[in-house]
Design a protein around this ligand. Sequence first.
Ligand code: NDP
Ligand code: 8X3
Length: 261
Amino acid sequence: MKISFSKKVMITGATSGIGNANAKIFAKNGFNLIITGRRKEKLDELKKKLTNKYSIHIISLCFDIRNQAEVKKAWKSLKPEWKQLDILINNAGLAKGFQPIHEGNSDDWEVMIDTNVKGLLYITRLVSQEMVKNKKGHIINLCSSAGHEVYPNGNVYCATKFAVDALTKSMRLDLYKFGIRVSQVSPGHVEETEFALVRFDGDENKAKMYQDFTPLKSKDVAEIIYFVGTRQKHINIQDILVMGTQQASNNYIDRSGRLIN
Ligand code: NDP
Ligand code: 8X3
């Protein structure tokens, strides 16, 4: 079936957390989706749930964003009308490890650099070429408060997010003359994600980082991304830095107890 009349958004890393919440909010608002991630069963589950609930089309693409050949193959598998995306949300990303630089694990460094920087570039290269042809499109990068302010033990993760910040700014300089918007959203701590569990290699105790304060929830960030992606054509929100009320900065968090709404 042809889908060129409705808007299309690609969300990388839709199998959990912020990307998953984003898929739900865009689906609810009638967008057709391309959802990506490595866990096929999670993609299938999400596709089934959202297509049962909303009358939209969803393509799921299962690939490792660190593997340029897999990214290219997945993109090539799309029909031409699906390649004319209105929005690309570069969300897939992760932190691995939390050690000072002299104790860091270089395998972790490579995973973060390959995912957060190189993976983002691989998919953006393909999507942006098509957006330039169509003279329309919007790229929204998931940066982080860690891309604005470093913190102890954050070293390489922070560096990858500083790189995302630089890429957002420089991509905008390359693409604005084609009518393409480039934005980023930079959250502080976000719960209802697998972020901490992944960072601490599945250690559930270490991942309990949010018990003594209330951070943002994945849905909060998804709502902000949806807002950024649905402004009138003449508006480009360049960056939103957002944290929970108890987080004043990366290094100052009021851990005196969770807020009751
Ligand atoms: P989650 O771990 O819940 O989600 C990460 C997503 O990225 C998953 O869908 C995962 O899918 C995907 N992903 C990771 N590695 C790869 C890979 N190699 N190939 C393809 N997909 C991959 O974390 P969040 O939702 O929190 O993270 C989303 C983004 O938000 C990240 O860029 C993160 O840096 C950023 N962020 C998170 C914050 C937080 O506190 N949670 C705060 C600020 C920014 P799968 O495992 O199926 O491949
Ligand atoms: C995720 C937030 O503070 O763990 O980017 O780096 S933080």
